[in-house]
Design a protein around this ligand. Structure first.
Ligand code: PMP
Length: 401
């Protein structure tokens, strides 16, 4: 069945409560469908935890079914390779701290200007702890990781390469599969893919990508806040030392000896975010009803329309991804992005302005702040018209043609 964006929009109660609002901040977080709200209410109307008691068996079954749905979403090797985290950021931190015991002052860690602070800051801090050298790859004028620089940086000391999949600043998609092949040819380094922005836009097959680790957040794909996934090769995940210790991540505990549980529990200490996991599972099940490829091509068409219209403004500078995407970053010359954002927000346009948790990226763009629109399949052309009306009003107020 062809993708019906109106029907898709009806699944999101936000629009019933905010009739004239324009939500163009989907790269920050997506809206939540009714199915997530229903599932969350149902969970909180029930009792118990998971994996604790006989009476919570139903809850436990729903909770574990969620792993199977994530496994299917990204073609993970096994359900044991689906580890619940609080988000992409925590997943990256679990990997970084989990590898710390293997890292030394002789090692090199490669990140890039394309990285979100979740990677940029975490790997810098880990490098500080172990003395490893951090190499920051430049990105080209098309915002792609410089392959030549990567080739030159790779050597036998390279211990980990963190790759941004899709940028939250420009929407640029890195050729991750090709980059990983290149890395595998020259090193035995671990590869971590930050799929926070990719997860809702691309069909991800982690086994085909050949990544060791992949991280994403549920809230960026219609799921709840406070939940993310760390996945990857079992052989790589098994090498991670737990970052957090406590209940359920252990096998045997005595006064003198502790043995850890197998994956995934070894990396999931404490009572998990059960409502979020079960809610996310409901969202993934609901997503199976929609043709995501068609939805994505619809979003890209909408985004293209905005780009074409923005190019009619002589003072507007766009930072375009080389491929079609759902993200548009732009500035207006001689206008502070924050001023424009304030005037747009006052007119009901939800968008993002600032550094997008990616200061090195912004430095590469030569900007301290950009405006960012990011679209989802529930957006439509009426909202685009409303945005341009609001933009014209704002520019008139600021007396810029
Ligand atoms: N990486 C990228 C590319 C992102 O866009 C984000 C969220 N803006 C993150 C990592 C961090 O995700 P979270 O805040 O959900 O942990």
């Amino acid at each position: 069945m062809a993708f019906d964006h109106q029907l898709f929009r009806q699944q999101f109660p936000y629009f019933q409560h905010n009739e004239n609002a324009v939500y163009f901040d989907n790269a920050a977080t997506t809206l939540k469908p009714q199915v997530l709200i229903d599932s969350t209410v149902a969970f909180y109307q029930s009792a118990g935890s998971v994996h604790r008691s006989q009476y919570d068996e139903n809850q436990t079954a729903l909770y574990e079914q969620a792993r199977a749905r994530v496994k299917a979403l990204i073609n993970a090797e096994s359900e044991d390779a689906v580890i619940w985290t609080s988000g992409t950021t925590q997943a990256v931190n679990i990997v970084a701290n989990g590898l710390l015991a293997q890292l030394s002052a002789d090692d090199e860690i490669i990140i890039s200007e394309a990285d979100h602070h979740a990677n940029f800051v975490t790997w810098q801090q880990i490098a500080k702890k172990c003395g490893a050298k951090i190499i920051v790859l430049p990105i080209t004028d098309q915002w792609l990781i410089d392959e030549q620089a990567l080739q030159q940086a790779l050597n036998e000391r390279t211990k980990l390469v963190a790759l941004n999949f899709v940028s939250n600043v420009t929407g640029t998609e890195q050729p991750v599969e090709k980059l990983i092949k290149l890395i595998r040819k020259k090193t035995r380094a671990f590869v971590l893919v930050d799929a926070a922005q990719a997860i809702s836009h691309l069909n991800i097959d982690i086994q085909r990508l050949d990544a060791d680790f992949i991280a994403f957040s549920a809230h960026k794909i219609y799921g709840p806040n406070g939940l993310g996934v760390l996945s990857g090769k079992l052989s790589a995940l098994e090498q991670l030392q737990p970052l957090i210790f406590g209940g359920k991540m252990v096998d045997r505990v005595s006064k003198s000896h502790i043995s850890f549980a197998p994956l995934p529990y070894r990396l999931e200490a404490g009572t998990p975010n059960i409502a979020a996991v079960i809610g996310f599972s409901a969202v993934l099940h609901w997503l199976e009803n929609w043709d995501i490829e068609q939805a994505e091509s619809y979003v890209r068409q909408l985004t293209e329309q905005i780009k074409v219209r923005l190019k009619n403004y002589p003072n507007c500078q766009l930072f375009e991804s080389p491929q079609p995407s759902s993200v548009i970053s732009f500035v207006f010359k001689h206008i502070a992005s924050s001023d424009l954002a304030t005037l747009l927000t006052e007119q009901g346009i939800a968008l993002r302005t600032g550094e997008h948790c990616a200061q090195p990226y912004l430095a590469r763009l030569g900007e301290s702040s950009t405006l960012r629109l990011s679209l989802a399949p529930y957006n439509n052309t009426e909202e685009i018209d409303a945005f341009f009306n609001a933009l014209n009003n704002a520019l008139n107020l600021l007396e810029i043609e």
